[in-house]
Design a protein around this ligand. Structure first.
Ligand SMILES: NCC(=O)N[C@@H](Cc1c[nH]cn1)C(=O)O
Ligand SMILES: [Zn+2]
Ligand SMILES: [Zn+2]
Length: 493
């Protein structure tokens, strides 16, 4: 195709997307209305419903859809719950075209209006060009943007320049349970012809400048349980004469990180890959506005004062966060009780070359050591319910070139090449199982508020994101054909 006809085609596609903004937003509104929270067991039915909705949507585009049953899982309290199926979709099988596999998730983090949302988290509300709602950016908006891009090709009767495969799950926010096994099982079938893998489940580093992501941290999640007697006790009748489980737990949690953010677990930094000078230099050239980032967070001050230190601590070093305490009274008012059993929850973000089993051993040994010094008769139990490895990609792959070109076309500037501090367990799994290149191509801005109150995606990013994905189809197809023509010519010569 000549470059003038390819840019006319692109123009036609972009015009269609602009003209159909309201339809695309209506589609997002329907999806956001489903409280598909995978973290809270009582909402599992909604996650199931969401998977069916996604399957129906893809089927209307002519995608062949398979909802693969993953069976069930057991919760720490013994309850057995069905796992949502994983959706495997397939559109096109032209051997001349590259096969791109897209991964996304349609489950969400918990959200309640009372958490401090300005609007109902399950009713998409547009304010000043932003589309608010739980899942708007993580990850329903970006999943739909890919679907919108495919729909545009169909509506305009333009042949898709790639074969497109979808992997959509409903358990990402709960650790992608069952997914790795499925990828292994499908390695020789569904994934056998996949050339490239794309994920759009993270954010840019800035509010305005697009980014391409080539690495993410893993995560090791822990429960630390301290159990005293068999029931809660009156603190006036028993306070002062017993070893309180919550005091033990707070001492344990307090031993994990110091006030500078340094993790206190012996040996935890030992295997972290050393920082090379070239790598440090790369960070210097990244545009990152500390003030903007601080405003997005809504905090007064960061632990570190320079851009380089902040990026290193987000991407290159482990971090430990405490998430909550189950069993402790957290409602308004004061309940003068001594809880009988409490469970602290924390996680340690993982970076290359940390080993999950070593980390688990270090955490258990450390907590047992601290606990033994307290001479408490209470029972201590430490477990690691979830472990995901970090991911790092080769940015020299064609996939990155195609993504970069598409970004330049749609947003008019080159992206930042960034890593991400959060965890998308499937990125590493895909790379290991398929041995193909993986890219994260985000469309969410740094101030979208993933997992937080008032999560949003801007109308601009949702619509330009749809254009970006359409442009990406065209770019990867062109580059892939060129590569194959070149290697064919070399073979003949
Ligand atoms: N958008 C990706 C994301 O938010 N992933 C979760 C996954 C996770 C990690 N540990 C438990 N769940 C994240 O918190 O990074
Ligand atoms: Zn996500
Ligand atoms: Zn998330």
């Amino acid at each position: 195709m000549s470059s003038s006809s390819s840019s006319a085609l692109q123009m036609e596609i972009f015009q269609y997307i602009d003209a159909h903004q309201s339809d695309f937003i209506k589609g997002l509104k329907e999806w956001l209305a489903v409280e598909s929270d995978s973290v809270q067991p009582h909402l599992r039915r909604e996650v199931m419903q969401m998977m069916v909705l996604a399957a129906d949507r893809l089927a209307t585009l002519g995608t062949s859809v398979n909802l693969v049953n993953l069976g069930s899982h057991q919760l720490p309290d013994g309850q057995v719950l069905p796992l949502p199926p994983v959706l495997l979709g397939e559109l096109g099988k032209d051997p001349q075209n590259p096969t791109v596999c897209f991964y996304g998730h349609v489950d969400v983090q918990p959200a309640k209006k009372e958490d401090g949302w300005d609007t109902d988290p399950y009713i998409l509300t547009e304010i000043n060009g932003n589309l608010y709602g739980r899942g708007a950016t993580d990850n329903k908006g970006p999943v739909l943007a890919w679907i919108n891009a495919v729909e545009t090709f169909r509506a305009l009767k333009i042949a898709m320049p790639v074969n497109f495969k979808f992997v959509i799950e409903g358990m990402e926010e709960a650790g992608s349970l069952g997914l790795e096994k499925l990828l292994e099982e499908e390695k020789q079938s569904f994934f056998s012809d996949v050339d490239y893998i794309v994920i759009s489940d993270n954010l840019w580093l800035s509010n305005k400048k697009p980014a391409l992501t080539y690495g993410s941290r893993g995560n090791a999640c822990f429960f630390v349980e301290v159990e005293g007697g068999s029931k809660d006790l009156h603190s006036g009748t028993f306070g002062g004469i017993i070893h309180e489980p919550l005091l033990d737990l707070i001492a344990l949690l307090d031993s994990l990180v110091d006030s500078t953010g340094r993790i206190q677990i012996p040996g935890i930094y030992d295997s972290v890959a050393a920082l090379r000078e070239e790598e440090r230099k790369l960070y210097e050239s990244i545009e990152f506005d500390l003030e903007e980032h601080r405003n997005n967070c809504g905090v007064k001050k960061f632990l570190y004062g320079s851009k380089e230190e902040i990026l290193l601590h987000l991407w290159r070093y482990p971090s430990l966060s405490i998430h909550g305490i189950e069993g402790a009274f957290h409602e308004p008012g004061i309940k003068t009780v001594i809880p009988a059993k409490v469970i602290g929850k924390f996680s340690i973000r993982q970076v290359p070359n940390m080993d999950l089993s070593v980390v688990k051993k270090q955490v258990v040994e450390h907590l047992e050591g601290v606990f033994s010094k307290r001479n408490s008769p209470n029972k201590l139990k430490v477990s690691m319910p979830l472990g995901a490895k970090p991911w790092l990609a080769d940015v020299d792959d064609l996939l990155y070139k195609a993504a970069r070109r598409a970004i330049k076309t749609v947003f008019g500037e080159d992206p930042d090449f960034i890593r991400d501090g959060s965890t998308i367990p499937v990125a590493r799994m895909f790379q290991t199982v398929t041995q193909k290149s993986v890219v994260m191509l985000p469309i969410g801005a740094a101030d979208d508020g993933e997992h937080s109150q008032n999560e949003k995606i801007s109308r601009h990013n949702y619509i330009e994101g749809t254009k970006l994905f359409a442009a990406f189809f065209l770019e990867i197809s062109k580059l892939h054909q060129n590569l194959h023509e070149t290697s064919h010519t070399k073979t003949i010569n």
